[in-house]
Design a protein around this ligand. Structure first.
Ligand SMILES: Cc1ncc(COP(=O)(O)OP(=O)(O)O)c(N)n1
Ligand SMILES: Cc1ncsc1CCOP(=O)(O)O
Ligand SMILES: [Mg+2]
Length: 203
């Protein structure tokens, strides 16, 4: 597994119990290995507000040497000089994304073996696979695939895989045992103690 996928924190202001900058700083102190700015869904910021928050979070990651990814928004990748971008099956085609960002890290979401079959996953640096468990952080999440579904996709590609969806301290061990990285929104962003929560995910 690529080192930065070990504990990959994904967050937008809409996910945060506290101030987003504080949540990110605490998560970094707890030991996250990458961050994705995903300002999306109900109560998410847009326009200048989104860009300004992105700049502040990007600065924090840069100061701490944490790889900074942008979710979906290609223009924002340029604006924030991100290290990478994550796209899903319904986002900008990964062929175009790779063409415009030949040197950035690119993550691609895959939920099923069929999606894998029709995807240009060879253009990605890693796959985000899930939802592995039930999630409340994405309204249009696909069917839960479980650890078995995760392993089925993992077994078919030579790429590193990060699991997503409903991962918390109660089930993280199964994901680690499967050899996948762990990506998390709510278990960290909605925690009263983000730093301690990240530590509890470090099996
Ligand atoms: C690491 C990681 N894996 C999967 C996703 C989901 O991406 P997508 O399917 O495009 O859904 P949205 O996040 O855009 O709602 C992700 N963001 N990160
Ligand atoms: C973005 C995304 N893609 C699949 S599940 C999910 C949400 C994960 O959030 P949580 O860790 O709170 O379940
Ligand atoms: Mg997307």
């Amino acid at each position: 597994m690529t080192d930065y996928l070990h504990t990959y924190f994904i967050m937008g202001s809409q996910n945060c119990r506290g101030n987003p900058e504080e949540v990110l700083k605490q998560a970094i102190h707890g030991g996250i290995t990458a961050f994705q700015f995903r300002e999306k869904g109900t109560n998410a910021k847009s326009g200048e507000e989104k860009v300004e928050l992105g700049h502040r979070l990007r600065r924090i990651c840069k100061d701490h040497g944490i790889p900074f990814f942008v979710n979906d928004d290609i223009e924002l990748v340029y604006q924030l000089e991100a290290d990478g971008v994550h796209v899903g099956q319904d986002d900008r085609d990964i062929r175009e994304v790779r063409e415009v960002f030949p040197d950035l890290q690119i993550g691609l979401s895959v939920s099923t073996e069929e999606e894998l079959r029709v995807s240009r996953w060879d253009l990605a640096d890693y796959l985000g696979v899930g939802p592995v468990f039930k999630t409340s952080s994405k309204d249009d999440a696909k069917e839960v695939i479980g650890i078995q579904g995760l392993q089925a996709i993992q077994g078919q590609v030579p790429l590193p895989v990060v699991a997503i969806g409903g991962i918390d301290e109660s089930n993280v061990q199964a994901v680690r045992e499967a050899g996948a990285g762990v990506s998390v929104i709510s278990a960290i962003a909605d925690s009263e103690q983000p730093e301690e929560e990240v530590r509890r995910l470090q099996l």
